[in-house]
Design a protein around this ligand. Structure first.
Ligand code: HEM
Length: 367
């Protein structure tokens, strides 16, 4: 049973090769008291370290008959299952409530609106985000549930998304598939050098408390599954610019062949259409910008009119939210995929660096 270190220079759950399961929870802070917030963050940080080792916080079965169990128990004896817990603060945390305004990084604010956005308030905004990833869904859920319980009277749950399969590849992993059936994560960031270049906040930051951290963008993207499932295969290939089974670019035969965005067919048209998803998103066509994608497939059952309610819980990490903004500006305006997806939720979070050890806690530098 594998353990991922909770303490370290960077938070776990970013570079960590994506585990199979996700529970994402976004909280609204309800207290107006900075000291209550501080206590909650300190309690959370200590508890997260325990959960990452598979250790409950408080008794599952207290000695006294009248005592309420400290831990809810459903992960008791299950082990750590590579659980990672990753925390981030939304721009709203740096308003006037807690005295944090002076700590707001200059590059950090709410995301702009994008063409083709269909955001709903239920899945947008919030104050604090916790991403739980694990090899077992119950272990991930247990951690989030107990953190939410611990926060009672200080923060409430705004929304939660359960991801049941990774839809991105990390270091040393094979490429999984998203719910459209395509390999997802083929050209993701995979090397330490690229992480330094594109993901970890460095000394360029105007806020020293963010050095070693990153910025998380969370987009709940609904897929119009019925429409997609009725599309013919050549069009599906053109939407992504890749083949389905092999995951190869339309200009190659193997998954890892480098796409040729200039190649033309005998009809004179580009082989990878200019509005194909990968043509618009690729760093070659986007000023060299890359992001670390770490998304998950999700389903919420069926919607109010009986359609499958499912999609991609898109998560990306970058050292500057502008990296996501530049790619999504292009995708939102012209991505051929837009016919089959709707961005229904959105959030951006400043993810501080990792904690140094027991006694350290998220936000410590901000109080
Ligand atoms: C590539 C699917 C949304 C950024 C890909 C690939 C697939 C895919 C199948 C090709 C394989 C790969 O290299 O990973 C999807 C689906 C989405 C979605 C189904 C929505 C439901 C997004 C969003 C962004 C994004 C919102 C960022 C704003 C990228 C990037 C690449 C990529 C940067 C790599 C392109 C390259 O370098 O060739 N995506 N994607 N995707 N996607 Fe998405």
């Amino acid at each position: 049973d594998s353990v991922v270190d909770f303490y370290g220079v960077h938070q776990a759950g970013i570079q960590t090769p994506p585990q199979d399961h996700l529970v994402l929870m976004v909280f609204d802070v309800t207290t107006a008291s900075a000291s209550e917030l501080q206590v909650m963050l300190a309690k959370w940080s200590a508890a997260m370290a325990q959960y990452s080792k598979g250790v409950p916080v408080g008794a599952v079965e207290p000695d006294r008959d009248q005592a309420v169990p400290g831990d809810t128990g459903e992960a008791y004896g299950m082990g750590p299952n590579a659980l990672t817990l990753t925390l981030g603060f939304a721009p709203s945390m740096f308003d006037s409530r807690f005295g944090w305004a002076k700590y707001k990084p200059a590059i950090f604010s709410d995301l702009p609106a994008f063409a083709s956005d269909a955001l709903t308030p239920e899945f947008t905004g919030g104050d604090i985000c916790i991403q739980a990833c694990a090899a077992d869904p119950q272990v991930a859920y247990h951690a989030i549930r107990n953190l939410a319980r611990m926060a009672r009277t200080t923060a409430t749950t705004r929304y939660t998304v359960q991801g049941f399969g990774r839809a991105s590849a990390g270091q040393g992993q094979t490429t999984p598939r998203n719910l459209m059936g395509y390999k997802d994560g083929t050209r993701n960031i995979k090397t330490d050098d690229e992480l330094d270049q594109f993901v970890w906040v460095g000394n360029e930051s105007d806020q020293s408390w963010m050095v070693g951290g990153s910025y998380l963008v969370a987009r709940k993207i609904h897929m119009l599954i019925e429409t997609w499932d009725a599309d013919y295969i050549a069009d599906q290939h053109a939407v992504f610019g890749r083949t389905k089974a092999a995951g190869a670019p339309l200009t190659g035969t193997g998954e890892f062949d480098t796409p040729d965005f200039a190649a033309k067919g005998s009809d004179g048209a580009l082989v990878i259409p200019a509005n194909a998803h990968v043509a618009l998103a690729a760093h070659e066509n986007n000023g060299g910008v890359k992001i670390l994608r770490r998304g998950y497939n999700f389903t919420d059952g069926i919607d109010s009119v009986g359609r499958l309610d499912a999609g991609l819980m898109f998560l990306s990490y970058q050292k500057d939210p502008a990296q996501f903004v530049s790619i999504q500006s292009r995708l939102g305006a012209s991505d051929r995929l837009n016919e089959y997806i709707r961005h229904v939720g959105s959030g951006v979070f400043a993810v501080p660096p990792g904690l140094s050890g027991a006694g350290d806690y998220f936000g410590k530098a901000l109080f």
